[in-house]
Design a binder for this molecule. Structure first.
Ligand code: GDP
Length: 397
């Protein structure tokens, strides 16, 4: 079996176990290191490297896959991460850092349940950090914090080890203040960031290392060692002893909710229909046997397959050939042609896909970004996507 086929098996083996899924977004002010972090996570989880490097070769040797039209989509990526003795499927939606793309952050936050907020250790929180954090909290998306570019504190600002820790503490306090100001209830209910509890990690995406308090306890690496190795320009050892992908993804698995946990809370924020109805209950329970309830959060174009709608499946199971309805259109059904998910940056077709996943489907000819799609002809649509940094601005489609 090729390495790729094994990976397909691992991914598809996890997608119908919602407790093993984490749907996350990485959010940041521009230049704080989101792209560098995302790339490193994918490489660290073994989802790119050989596969991407040898992609053309592989495609040439596997006509069936080629015929299916696998595409690279840089805005949605999935990876498998081992935590303890279990594997987890991490679905990551990319969010642009520039404020003009606020609408895209809004869409991404609808699809995910958790957010890794990246803040530059030197710059600290910036206006867009605030915007993206607000957006996450409005959507009921739980944040964890990654303080990036710690190497710059040491090597450019030349702070000492104590000052480094004081500055990191200040960034945490500032983000906590923002969370408290935006949603005090969530803050008091465990969303307050706490380094000791493990909801904060520090590191350098560029040099591929990170630490968190729980990981430091496990690995024996402490702040003094971090400081010394940065000073000695020996970050390679840090990357080996405390690899970025492992520390970050451990934090994601341990502290961000799975879809079952998240939907129980989030459905009450993003949907205001009858919670006692079949579809209402099924969404709250993330029930794969319920009616299909999908919210489209992105539409892209694939040269092989045409329009691909990406969205969060809150209840039910999608199969190729299913007849579904797009709310707000004439009531004629659309037939699902391809049902897929992401594996690394590739979209792969699957036989069926259950609630809690981020789906990529073709055949939804009447859908636009923001559409509610259901197997029921009538369903209360999801709340429309609003970009909260502006007064009331519905996302243009
Ligand atoms: P984005 O706009 O948030 O996606 O930021 P990028 O990932 O493109 O990073 C912006 C710049 O910061 C690039 O020049 C990166 O090489 C640099 N950068 C990212 N992470 C680090 C880091 O940990 N340390 C240092 N010194 N530079 C970094």
């Amino acid at each position: 079996m090729t390495r790729r086929k094994k990976m397909v098996e691992r991914v598809t083996g996890l997608m119908d176990k919602p407790d093993r899924i984490r749907n996350i977004g990485i959010v940041a002010h521009i230049d704080h290191g989101k792209t560098t972090l995302s790339d490193n996570l994918l490489a660290g989880a073994g989802m790119i490297s050989e596969e991407l490097a040898g992609r053309q070769l592989f495609m040439d040797s596997d006509e069936e896959e080629q015929a299916r039209g696998i595409t690279i989509d840089s805005s949605n990526v999935s990876m498998v991460h081992t935590y303890g003795d279990k594997e987890f499927l991490i679905n990551m939606i990319d969010t642009p850092g520039h404020v003009d793309f606020g609408g895209d952050v809004t869409r991404a936050m609808r699809a995910v349940d958790g957010a890794v907020v990246v803040v530059d250790a030197v710059e600290g929180t910036m206006p867009q950090t605030e915007t993206v954090l607000r957006q996450a909290l409005k959507e009921g998306v739980k944040p964890v914090l990654f303080i990036n570019k710690v190497d710059r504190l040491i090597n450019e600002l030349k702070v000492d080890s104590t000052e480094m820790q004081i500055r990191l503490g200040r960034v945490i306090d500032k983000v906590n203040k923002l969370i408290k100001g935006m949603n005090e209830k969530a803050y008091n209910n465990g969303w307050k960031l706490d380094a000791a509890a493990g909801t904060v990690a520090f590191g350098s995406a560029l040099y591929n290392w990170a630490v968190s308090v729980p990981f430091m306890q496990k690995s024996g690496v402490n702040f003094q060692e971090v400081y010394d190795r940065c000073r000695e320009e020996d970050m390679k050892t840090l990357a080996k002893k405390s690899p970025l992908a492992q520390v970050l993804l451990d934090m994601v698995v341990r502290h961000l909710p799975d879809p079952i946990d998240a939907q129980d809370r989030r459905v009450h924020i993003i949907w205001h229909g009858d919670y006692e109805s079949g579809v209402g209950k099924a969404m709250v329970d993330c029930d794969p046997k319920g009616p299909i309830a999908l919210m489209v959060t992105d539409i892209s174009f694939d040269p092989h397959a045409g329009e691909v709608a990406t969205g969060r499946l809150f209840s039910g199971t999608l199969h190729r050939g299913d007849e579904v309805y797009v709310m707000g259109t004439a009531g004629k059904s659309n037939r699902l042609q391809q049902v897929g998910i992401f594996m690394g940056p590739e979209r792969i077709e699957v036989e069926n896909l259950c609630a809690g996943n981020i789906a990529a489907v073709t055949g939804l000819k009447d859908a636009i970004v923001g559409s509610t799609v259901s197997s029921q002809m009538e369903m209360t649509p999801f709340e429309s996507l609003k970009h909260y940094s502006e007064p009331v601005m519905t996302v243009a489609v």
